[in-house]
Design a protein around this ligand. Sequence first.
Ligand SMILES: Cc1cc2nc3c(=O)[nH]c(=O)nc-3n(C[C@H](O)[C@H](O)[C@H](O)COP(=O)(O)O)c2cc1C
Length: 190
Amino acid sequence: MSAPARVLVLFAHPAFHRSRVQRALADAVRDLDGVTFHDLYEQYYDFQLDVEHEQRLMVEHDLIVFQHPFYWYSSPALLKEWQDLVLEYGFAYGENGTALRGKRLLSVLSAGGPAEAYAREGYNRFTVGELLAPFEQTARLCGMEYLSPFVVYNARALSDAEIDRHAREYRQRLGELRDAGAEISGGDAR
Ligand SMILES: Cc1cc2nc3c(=O)[nH]c(=O)nc-3n(C[C@H](O)[C@H](O)[C@H](O)COP(=O)(O)O)c2cc1C
């Protein structure tokens, strides 16, 4: 059996003091064995990222989680800044850019819209999976495997009990992925 995967949760929520869903999801995994929980807005409220530190964290982990509320069909701005600066040519892609090959990427989102809105006939017209295409392709270009996202819909209308259930499911999913180990079958390592 392979060693457990080392999990890095990159958490991005610019209004955490008002959060219900992401707070519960964060609390469900931050103390899990083998999980490094990294709150980007807490550490970099001024957007001055320590790129070397972030790259080192990436190298030291096998499964990377982007955990955030869905903002305008994407991530909050700091996670985009993180991608722009940390996923450098020569590190994440391009010549000698092999540091992330064979790792996995998981998106963990909460969305205000209900599940049925994220369909061809729904008011958002696209599935969340389709809207996350830039994340999926970014992972592929870096030789990472992009996992099926974990999405909590209808975020603002959920009861405490429903939020709690999603949080427990998330904890279980992360625990299973950790225990599945670091070895991946495929990955698109180019
Ligand atoms: C700036 C902004 C943009 C948002 N964009 C979307 C969106 O594109 N799709 C969606 O379903 N919900 C959207 N929402 C709703 C949030 O995703 C939702 O309130 C959040 O996931 C709830 O989680 P929380 O309780 O942790 O804050 C947006 C909210 C804000 C403040």
